[in-house]
Design a protein. Structure first.
Length: 116
């Protein structure tokens, strides 16, 4: 019983660090912490996948990029063209180099971006 409680605490800590590192919204952090604790208490495997709605910008298709706030088909094509020309994006701020993405657009989409 003591091992399970320690495992639950460790999983909750790992989930909190992951959510903080990924800058996820607080509601998502609480959800993942609750999932981690419940999984550890029941002895099940813990799911630490990304929340629904995130887009892996460096591998996304135009249709997937179109799901980001402020991104339409034309801007999705611009993101892909920039990615093909200059390589992968490493930080959210790298997207400002894409014609049509400024600081305001970046802030709207920041929570849904998944970058290395």
């Amino acid at each position: 019983m003591r091992r399970r409680l320690m495992l639950a605490a460790l999983c909750a800590l790992a989930a909190a660090l992951l959510c903080t590192h990924l800058r996820l919204p607080r509601s998502t952090q609480v959800y993942h912490l609750a999932q981690a604790g419940a999984a550890a208490r029941s002895g099940e495997a813990m799911d630490v996948s990304m929340p629904h709605g995130t887009v892996q910008v460096n591998r996304a298709s135009p249709e997937e990029l179109d799901q980001l706030p402020g991104v339409g088909p034309a801007l999705a094509r611009e993101i892909i063209a920039e990615r093909e020309k200059n390589g992968f994006f490493h930080y959210p701020e790298d997207l400002v180099s894409v014609r049509g993405i400024g600081p305001k657009t970046l802030e709207r989409m920041r929570e849904q971006l998944k970058l290395p």
